[in-house]
Design a protein around this ligand. Sequence first.
Ligand code: BES
Ligand code: MN
Ligand code: ZN
Length: 491
Amino acid sequence: MSSLTPITFAEFNTSDLAEAEGRVVVVVSPDGTLEPAARTANRLTKGAIMRMVEQGAFEKAKPGQVISLAWPAGMKAEALDVLVLARAATTAEARKAGSALAKRAGGKSVLVMAGAMRRADELAMGFALRSYRFDTHKTADVAAADGALTIAHKSADAMAEKAAPLLAVAEGVHMTRDLINEPANVLTTTEFAARAEEMKSLGLEIEVLDEAALEKLGMRTLLSVGQGSDSPSKVVVMQWKGGAKDAAPLALVGKGVVFDTGGISLKPAGGMEDMTMDMGGAGVVTGTMRALALRKAKANVVGLIGLVENMPSGNATRPGDVVTSMKGDTVEVINTDAEGRLVLCDVMWYAQERFKPAGMIDLATLTGAIIIGLGHENAGVFSNDDALCNAFLKSAAAEGEGAWRMPLGKAYDDQLKSRIADMKNVGGRPAGSITAAQFLQRFVQDGTPWIHLDIAGVASVKTETDFAPKGATGWGVIALNRLVADKFEAE
Ligand code: BES
Ligand code: MN
Ligand code: ZN
């Protein structure tokens, strides 16, 4: 598994700048003012930075942008990165700056002469997020160790303290990305559960329910998805009890289809390899639980993930089969490729029966239709509760994670009527993401504020983003962490 780049805060001192090795970063304000370390570097390089300023190198530069000088004369550093950032930069600008530096560093160690920069903690966060790499399956000479980040700051200790909870969240994001990037022969249901169980050491309570336990609970729709696979279906329950003893928890529920072939309703071969990310919802739930535990959030949060593999076999569910959910409702399985909702409905029901949560948020790479509607920019947001929904949208917007609310309604729900059972598992081509959400809403109890996040378009992408290389993004961990911090944590 990948681990976080080591990040340390050190006392700010410009006198050893000439001797610093690796990449050295100094800061210039957008108005062209040189911060103290930039002045020192300017002197060492006989005016190189002033020449950049005078010749207008920064005129079109955006906050967070970096201009590099390779092997600067008068210094030992292999590069002098001049970062354009105001001392009072916003959170987003500082985070972007960190990301830009990480991208440029490419694994080399970096010294940032931050001076009195106010959001150096956010710079560290951006660096941590963007320095992620998934190279566990590369045998060639990939950079053996990650270069460290040192941030020299006038209030090093205070800044380190502010950065700690952010870096805890970044570590959660890294875990989510690792889980999503991992191929399905490595990340089996059993391996996923084992990685979740390792988080016991962080103070999380973790239970793994096996097939016998799920059978006893009556989770027949979930089991019907996994029955064609040799990997056993499992539900993992993760509890973080950081809040008041009697406070009802927030429940996070994740779709964890470790591979989705479509089952007997087999998917076409082209692009099927992408279905290794079909456990994305479960990955986000697990990474969020890790983040909350690492930063010791003062809230009660339970994470439940349904782990199955959707495979065709002589024992697989057939189109037309009727299965009974834990709730007791019967489902006609028209298409075995609409499996995520069959997994989620049982786990959601169980979450409500057992925990009586104050709110429930499910996450799933549920439909291809949400990609047609929203592309890779926004997750689809469905909710029965305006207050919870608006709080989440606000958290997501504040953290720069795209989220867009979609409608629900009876006419869509009617598309799920079955001739022979209580409902069917698909509602036809029109509004495929909405009918999927309607299916889930049938398993939301009266009085449970609920959000469904369809993350099929945002969980893993084919182009790099501001904060992640190609592949898994970790979308949702940061927004959910903020929602917990803003709405569920005791003062
Ligand atoms: N896991 C897929 C959805 C998906 C598609 C995720 C593309 C990520 C990228 C889901 O299980 C699925 O197959 N959905 C079907 C539903 C249909 C059969 C009603 C779909 O979207 O085609
Ligand atoms: Mn499917
Ligand atoms: Zn799926």
